[in-house]
Design a protein around this ligand. Structure first.
Ligand code: SAM
Length: 261
């Protein structure tokens, strides 16, 4: 070409773009473990214990990515199956549990489906993988018992739209739960955390994922995300009641919750 670059054929280009995406998706779980020192596992456990899942529930996990939250919900249900589900079955009230994992990126969902197979959940009919946008959900009004979003709301274009959609699809009595990186206000710990996020995270991103810029962006998006109090008032503005939040590790992450009542 006139710029002296070699023209890349179309199919070669799409293969390269595809590689970049699968790269992100397959590195995703490793990076989570590295950057949170494995803590994201405990945070997700906490999220699911607050959800209090029950057999027969219809649950929507938005920005569900590679399935971490959905797997925990199902595993919680499977571990109580012997008693609770049997009671429900005996009462003839049994409805099939449905856990929808909704994500905008099909590559993430593909990795999730592979992980489900590895965990022995491949045959589980309760787990349903769907491509979809948190800002315009493809579900009926008042159709879900629960809604979770973990490390997903920070990167959407319109937080208000996501909250409005969460409210719309939940049944009356349904619970909204959001796990997100938040703001640390504890002196000294705050300075250490700033150092960690501005210096160490981009460096680890470069070495492990070969992608400094994405991890730099990640850190900046954490700074831009509303404070715990502001985010709580946005959830209330969407219509939710009993809005609360719990800080974990001094506010490194927060779990916000609300009820549609
Ligand atoms: N919830 C998973 C977890 O905690 O491991 C994945 C979190 S990952 C940091 C963020 C996910 O949000 C990505 O899988 C991305 O594709 C998804 N995402 C971003 N924007 C979205 C949108 N508008 N609707 C649905 N998913 C979205």
């Amino acid at each position: 070409t006139s710029f002296g670059f070699k023209e890349i054929p179309e199919e070669e280009k799409s293969r390269m773009v595809g590689n970049v995406f699968s790269n992100v998706a397959s590195n995703y779980d490793l990076m989570n473990d590295l950057m949170s020192a494995g803590l994201h596992r405990l945070w997700k456990d906490r999220l699911v214990s607050k959800l209090n899942p029950f057999p027969g529930m219809k649950h929507l996990d938005v920005a569900g990515g590679t399935g971490d939250v959905a797997f925990r919900i199902l595993e919680t249900l499977n571990s109580v199956k012997s008693r609770a589900t049997q009671d429900v079955l005996d009462d003839n009230l049994h409805e099939e549990t449905q856990i929808f994992v909704c994500d905008i990126n099909p590559k993430m969902l593909n990795v999730g489906q592979k992980r489900a197979l590895e965990r022995g959940l491949g045959e589980d009919k309760s787990l349903i993988w769907v491509e979809g946008d948190a800002e315009a959900l493809n579900y009926k009004d008042n159709s879900m018992d629960g809604y979770t979003i973990a490390f997903g709301i920070r990167n959407v274009t319109h937080i208000e739209k996501v909250l409005a959609e969460a409210y719309r699809v939940l049944k009356w009595g349904g619970r909204f739960l959001c796990l997100e990186l938040s703001h640390v206000e504890v002196p000294i710990f705050k300075e250490l955390y700033d150092y960690y996020s501005f210096s160490i995270i981009p460096a680890v991103g470069e070495v492990v994922a070969g992608d400094r810029d994405s991890y730099q962006y990640l850190v900046e998006s954490i700074r831009r995300f509303p404070s715990q109090e502001t985010f709580a008032s946005m959830i209330a503005a969407a219509g939710f009641q009993k809005v609360e939040y719990e800080n974990l590790v001094g506010g490194v992450v927060a779990i916000h919750s609300g009820l549609k009542i």
